[in-house]
Write a protein that binds this ligand. Structure first.
Ligand SMILES: Cc1cc2nc3c(=O)[nH]c(=O)nc-3n(C[C@H](O)[C@H](O)[C@H](O)COP(=O)(O)OP(=O)(O)OC[C@H]3O[C@@H](n4cnc5c(N)ncnc54)[C@H](O)[C@@H]3O)c2cc1C
Length: 463
């Protein structure tokens, strides 16, 4: 008997899973532990966690998703979704995983200014499809992040202040519920489910496609500026001052980045602690240039890519990593960033400090992020002034403790400024504070309605 069959046999003995029936019901691959492509199917961007569910189903359409959900429900197994793996925060060790990478269609309706996107597509393909029409999605900073996972968490990208949470642009979705039914969520079809999908994140079904509004963007001035170690403190102070009266069109963020001493990096970055300033100004370049001139004046830059951008160059604003690796991200939101907060941040994360974090990032919010859509939405963190993201590399074995200690140290130093509420995409794992209490209660009611048997184990157990 082959290893595959013996593994399958052992599994079927342990729990009578009729994987053969599932295979005949779906077009995509159905894989169990021990099969050659099992591990590969479950690999994602974040390699910190190795997923070992009982079954993984590579969905090719809504019918595959529905069949996988019904199979799991009948077998009493939990269902989880894996798209790109950017949001992995724990290893999945049981149940059914539905991978959505094959649901990667993107179609743009230029007249309606919408894009309809498959449940597993990434932002890069939407940006590329919209750009030739002079249109842009309100995307995230990283081109490889999945559209649906990002939107379900709200989404705060380079255009946060000019346009708001990305979930505000969700118009409708096709969803497979916990009963395996394929339903529509829209203002006309199920407005409450649409409300929940705009930021409610998990436990709401599997989104097989989503339609978002695109925005015309005739001009875009943006990019990033890399400042040397000695300029970190003065630039950070100048940036905090700029955020106090920045116009709504200007979204900026900063990150104190500790580049590893590895040969793959150019010598000027290797082992250095630098400050990256990111700029997105979807308006006239001359005005954008004037607005950021005070920051450019603080110190000579090591690199400066801020210029008029084509719409398909939006990922160059943050230059987020696109290669898989092992990492952990913890986030929070800040009510405000006053001069004391800047000094507290410099004390704990400034260039003189030993800190086991690759990046300590602050994004300026406000303006459009404070405005909800007229129908309301579930997203948490509307009132916050900034996001804080603490990113640790886990590429070296045994550093988890140091990364956790560094994360705790930064959170403790900034505690007086941390908002009571956060937003799930930045929180990482589900936490109480990711939604206001009344929103959580309402979300739980929607989850019970679309998933009466609790097939999607999102809240409160997490994962
Ligand atoms: C490098 C990087 C950059 C990022 N930049 C931003 C940013 O600019 N702004 C921001 O707000 N967030 C950002 N994030 C956070 C990111 O939006 C979340 O981690 C998001 O959950 C990733 O979704 P995914 O589908 O890519 O990842 P996955 O790990 O595959 O999915 C994460 C979760 O999303 C849900 N999900 C995904 N697809 C579906 C589906 N079709 N149906 C139902 N549920 C689904 C599931 O709950 C799943 O567990 C970033 C993360 C990384 C690592």
């Amino acid at each position: 008997m082959s290893a595959v069959l013996s593994t399958l046999g052992a599994m079927v003995d342990a729990a009578p899973l009729d994987v053969h029936a599932l295979r005949s019901a779906v077009s995509g691959p159905v894989l169990v532990p021990g099969e050659p492509s099992f591990a590969e199917e479950l690999e994602g961007f974040n390699r910190a966690h190795t997923h070992t569910p009982a079954v993984v189903v590579g969905a090719t359409d809504a019918a595959d998703v529905a069949a996988a959900v019904r199979f799991a429900r009948d077998a009493g197994l939990p269902v989880r979704v894996l798209a790109t793996g950017h949001g992995s925060h724990a290893a999945i060790g049981d149940g059914v995983v539905i991978t959505t990478g094959r649901l990667d269609s993107v179609s743009v309706d230029a007249d309606a200014r919408t894009a309809t996107v498959g449940g597993g597509a990434s932002w890069a393909s939407v940006v590329a499809a919209a750009a030739p029409h002079g249109l842009a999605p309100i995307a995230g900073s990283a081109p490889t992040v999945g559209v649906v996972g990002y939107l379900l968490g709200g989404g705060l990208g380079p255009f946060a202040r000019s346009h708001g949470f990305s979930s505000d642009f969700v118009r409708s979705a096709t969803v497979v519920t916990g009963t395996g039914d394929i339903v529509q969520a829209s203002a006309d079809a199920d407005a409450e489910l649409l409300w929940a999908l705009r930021g409610g994140k998990g436990g709401l079904g599997v989104v097989v496609s989503i339609t978002i509004d695109l925005v015309p963007m005739p001009e875009l001035y943006g990019g990033n500026i890399l400042f040397p170690t000695e300029a970190i403190a003065p630039v950070l102070r100048a940036w905090a001052a700029l955020t106090t009266d920045a116009p709504p069109e200007l979204s900026t963020s900063v990150a104190i980045v500790r580049f590893p001493p590895i040969e793959q990096l150019p010598p000027f970055l290797r082992g250095q602690t630098l400050l990256a300033l990111r700029v997105a100004y979807p308006a006239a370049a001359s005005e954008g240039e004037r607005l950021i001139a005070p920051l450019r004046a603080v110190a000579p830059a090591l690199a400066d890519t801020v210029r008029p951008l084509r719409l398909d160059e939006v990922a160059s604003i943050h230059n987020d990593p696109t290669d898989p690796g092992a990492s952990t991200t913890t986030g929070a939101m800040l009510d405000l960033l006053d001069a004391d907060a800047v000094e507290a941040l410099l004390d704990v994360a400034g260039p003189g400090e030993e800190l086991r974090l690759v990046a300590v990032e602050l994004r300026h919010l406000g303006a459009a992020t404070h405005e909800d859509v007229p129908a309301g939405s579930a997203v948490g963190g509307r009132g916050a002034g900034f996001t804080l993201a603490l990113i640790g590399s886990l590429m070296q074995p045994g550093v988890e403790g140091e990364v956790a200690a560094a994360t705790d140290a930064v959170l403790a130093a900034l505690a007086p400024w941390i908002s009571a509420e956060t937003t799930i995409n930045f929180a990482g794992a589900p936490v109480d504070a990711a939604w206001p209490a009344d929103v959580r209660t309402h979300l739980d009611a929607v989850r019970r309605r679309v998933d009466p048997d609790g097939v999607f184990p999102y809240w409160p157990a997490g994962a």
